[in-house]
Design a protein around this ligand. Sequence first.
Ligand code: G16
Length: 553
Amino acid sequence: ERTTTITPCSIRFSFPTPTRSRIKLSYGTAGFRADASILQSTVFRIGILAALRSLKTGGAVIGLMITASHNKVSDNGVKVADPAGEMLTQDWEPFADSVANAPDPESLIQLIADFAKKEDIPLNGSKGATVLLGRDTRPSGESLVEAAKQGICSVIGAVGIDIGVVTTPQLHWIVRARNKDSKPSASELDYFDQVSTSFRCLIDLIPNKSQHGIGKLIVDCANGVGGEKLQVLKQKLNWSDVEIRNSGEQGVLNEQVGADYVQKDKVAPQGFGPPDVGVRCASLDGDADRLVYFTIIPNGNNRINLVDGDKILSLFALFIKDQLSILTDYTNEYQPRVGVVQTAYANGASTKYLNQLGLHVIFTPTGVKYLHEKAHEFDIGIYFEANGHGTILFSNRFLRWLEDKKSTEKSLEKQNAAMRLWAVSKLINQAVGDALSGLLLVEAILQHMGWSVEKWNELYHDLPSRQLKVKVADRTAVVTTNAETIVEKPPGIQEAITALTVKYPQGRCFVRPSGTEDVVRVYAEARTQEAADELATSVAKLVDQFLGFHVGM
Ligand code: G16
């Protein structure tokens, strides 16, 4: 351990960069992720960054989450939540990359000093900084939280508060509540109270409730943190119709379980089988920020009917549109703008459906940070990735209008519609996509409509699709544009992809480097499953030819 001091910042270093790994770390789609064994120094440094971010934002509470979400259990990661509970501002990502990759303590100190000067961050201890630390259930989490704490405490005046094992969305929610909702001591308990109260409100507002029983729900919790948290909600809500599986007592985190596995492989997770045919099932991922639904196909050899993020988005959009149409008419001077945000992974059939609903659909690159930002441009911005990551954002202007409608509307029908939208805004996480609050909203809407999961799935028929991963020598060699639908580099590959794609009716295909795993992802869609599989496989071969581990390439 060595101590290095510069003015005006005093920082004690105990975690040198792991030179042996020679890995270039990048903040990526959702923070730094890698094998947990090489992350101590990165997490320590991001602890420093989080403390600086708190100083920069006038002492606001900043979040630091230790998780690698859907990745395998031996991986871990770190990401930072800004004061509104949203992802770290993208302006700071280059600094995060430099901090994580600084080769020695001296360069790190210099980087921090230069950045603090440029950003006008007071490092003389005159201001306090607070960082809330959370982690998922990975075994490496505890020691990484310690590394983060040391990083935070090495900035004078900064404190790290460890809130233990939480879902990623809970941490984001608590950060937001402490800063934006003026609840300086907001905790997990407040989260549970708010989501359960608003869920109950939605249920109480269902007309003719008794006719709307929709039966049992089984939730696969990916052997992660979602299991114990859903258990709390189940008890709070006295919800006997939900069965929790893969909550982590046995089984490995994310291994043949969880939303990523179910959505990508389109098979039932471990622990599910023929007795579950006909039952509504859902899957969360390892840190409970993704949600998909499914039903098991009878005699289908574990295959499922997937109800993915696009369909969750469509259900939410439909419900919100219905409530708005009750509440507003052409005489209203204020017409709330509703927008929908998707990525290139959105099934073509979902986009067509959303357009038919008359909604404005926008595309961004993969990554909640991009979708979230776009969704803010609307009064009601609904965003979802097909993988089940998404939420609904409400503008302050709209919420003020709704508040007024709730109390001034004479018609009971309109008043109820206003109350429903209000409850949705309280239930659904305003900071980030949240599988638990998303699940409660899906359940409330299905009950409201009196719909089975099959009826919901019939909203539109997905075009067959296939996703594959290709291991390549250097995934950063792939550079994309146009919301990741076109590959710019390496030269020639896009022409080759297009030439293959045009052979297939309704064919669509793109490739992009993953920001969370060391792979290039391939997505293909076509009129039949065989065609989608064939197209994905041929393009995966192409990627391998262009970028694989071939000598001389
Ligand atoms: C993260 C991001 C998501 C993204 C996913 C996959 O999810 O939060 O927005 O869709 O990674 O990203 P990529 O394809 O770049 O690997 P999670 O659930 O792992 O945090």
